[in-house]
Each structure stands twice: as C-alpha cells, then as structure tokens.
Design a protein around this ligand. Structure first.
Ligand SMILES: [Zn+2]
Length: 317
C-alpha cells in the first residue's frame, strides 16, 4: 500500500500546474486550423480520464487563485471560444457523456444577428445547463486597432445584449483573437470580470495573474501531452513590457527565482534558441524587427514557461 501511495505521488508530481485549454470548432472540416474532430476530442477526453486529470470548472480554478491556494497539478479547465454552432452539433453530447464542465465564450453579435454558423440564443440557453456562458466581445474586433471609446462601446453593447437575452451576467472575458495590450487589458479590467483569459501558451500556477490567465489552443494537430507537461514560470518581465515604438525588439530581460543556468527562448518567426540565465536573470540583447501583427515571446526554463504577446497598439501604449 505504501509503495502504491508513493508511486501515485511520484506520478502526480510529474504533472504540471493547471492548464486551461481553448477549443473553437468541432467536426468542421471546412476550417482545419481551428477545428477539433470528434475523434480527437474523444481521444483527449480519454487521455484526461485515464491519466487522472480532473476537468474542473473555471470558477474553481479562479477561486483557488483568489485565495492563493496551491493549484493541484492535475486540474484541467476546458473553454470554447466564438460560440460556433458546431459545438452544439458535434461536441456537447461528448462533454455531457464525460460529465466535463466547460466555459463557452460568446461572440454576441453573431447570435444577435443570427449569423448562420453560430449558436442561437435559444441554443446558448440550453447549453448553459451544462456549462457556463462567458463574454467574448460584441463584434469580435481586433481590439488593439480601436480607440479607447470604441473598445468600451464594444463591451457595453455586448454585455447589455448578453445579459438581456441570456439572463446571465458573465464572470469571465476572453479577448477576440487572443489579442490585447496593456491598454486593452486595463479597459477590460474596468468591466469587473472575475478573471480574464488570454491565448498565450502556458500553465496556471498559484502566482498567475487572474486577469491574464494563459490558455493553450487545442486544435486538430496540437500535442496535448506536450502542452500538459509545462508548469507556470513565475517571472517579472523587465523588458519588453509592450510592443517597441520603432518595432525593433532590442532586448529581453526577465527575473525569476530559478537556479537553472540555461533557458530556451522563442520569438515569433525566429524559432527557438538556447540562452543563458545568471542568478535567475535572463538578459539577452537582440535586434529583431517585429511584425505588425501578433508577436510571441516564450521563455522556458526546464519545464516551466512564461510568455508575452506583443502587438502594435493603435494608441502606442
Ligand atoms: Zn474568437
């Protein structure tokens, strides 16, 4: 018995902090880059089930973070963005079969204007019996391209219709396209959500920012086991803190408590490279011209990762 317990503990410690995953479309072969086939979904759910992962409600994870509790290594949170009809047609039954809770982030305009590929408010209401409905903007805009006033307008309009049609007050927000900057985050926070979810690769540890929770996309070809092995790296980003004004990424500087001397650094379009860490500090001089769209920086020290999304902001913030 003792040996069994010891082995169980060992297995559990190999798993990393909690993971939030995001799905988009299900069983919809027209859009392979955002699709998860029914077969893949069942395979993932079987993996969770057979490897002692516990699929929990987002609320449970957020509450644990709020109270600074340790985050069990086997927690998994499942979210769905965009409220495509294919969730209702091809995935809801599977979620129900496994009794897996989920949070579905609603693109309000699509339901409001009855866009053909999207869930109706009636279907959303039915779905809310099995999972929570959350907010994913009114018009699904590229927020960083909008003025403060236009960003606020999208929230106000979307939340009003959401609450009126669904009779639910959403607790969480996820950014359209996972795109945000410090300016957008500040506006989103002013709408008093309990948590905000991004779409940056990573895991959730006890020191994760409740208003910047990392979330991994799970689409067709993604390697679930690879994503599950990562833990959250507690890091202070000294530089960069936002998209550089001249578009040139000059250096990357983070501070951690890690003892390791080596790290792996990823910058969009530049791939991975080995870099040195000295006394928990990674300070690398670079001279990289960033793209105008989404740029990702990912730093991995052993099995822990931290990442940063850099997008050119309309307001230079
Ligand atoms: Zn979306």
């Amino acid at each position: 018995m003792k040996i069994f317990l010891l082995l169980s503990t060992l297995v559990i410690t190999l798993w990393a902090d909690a993971h939030i995953f995001v799905y988009h479309r299900f069983g919809d072969s027209r859009h392979p880059s955002t699709n998860t086939t029914k077969k893949e979904l069942i395979k993932e759910f079987e993996y969770f089930k057979n490897n002692n992962f516990k699929v929990i409600r987002l609320e449970k994870l957020v509450n644990a973070l709020k109270h600074k509790k340790n985050i069990p290594n086997n927690w998994v949170v499942l979210t769905i963005d965009d409220s495509f009809k294919s969730f209702y047609d091809n995935a809801l039954e599977i979620f129900k079969k496994y009794h897996y809770p989920f949070s579905l982030f609603v693109y309000v305009e699509a339901s409001s204007k009855k866009y053909p590929d999207y869930l109706s408010f009636r279907q959303l209401k039915e779905i809310s019996k099995y999972g929570s409905l959350e907010f994913h903007s009114y018009s699904h805009p590229h927020l960083t391209k909008l003025s403060d006033a236009k960003v606020r307008e999208d929230f106000i309009k979307g939340l009003k219709i959401f609450e009126k049609r669904l009779q639910i007050k959403p607790k969480y927000y996820s950014y359209p396209y996972g795109e945000y900057t410090n300016r957008i985050k500040k506006i989103a926070k002013s709408f008093n959500f309990d948590a905000i979810i991004n779409q940056n690769m990573g895991a959730v540890g006890r020191n994760s920012d409740i208003f910047d929770l990392d979330r991994d996309a799970l689409v067709g070809k993604t390697d679930l086991k690879y994503l599950l092995k990562f833990k959250h790296l507690d890091a202070t980003w000294v530089a960069p803190t936002s998209f550089p004004k001249n578009g040139i990424l000059k250096n990357i500087h983070i501070k951690t408590d890690e003892k390791a001397k080596k790290a792996l650094l990823y910058v969009s379009k530049n791939g991975w490279k080995k870099v040195e860490v000295k006394n928990g500090e990674l300070n690398i001089k670079l001279n990289i011209k960033l793209a105008a769209g989404r740029n990702r920086i990912i730093i991995s020290i052993k099995d822990k990762i931290t990442s940063k999304l850099l997008i050119k902001d309309n307001q230079w913030n």
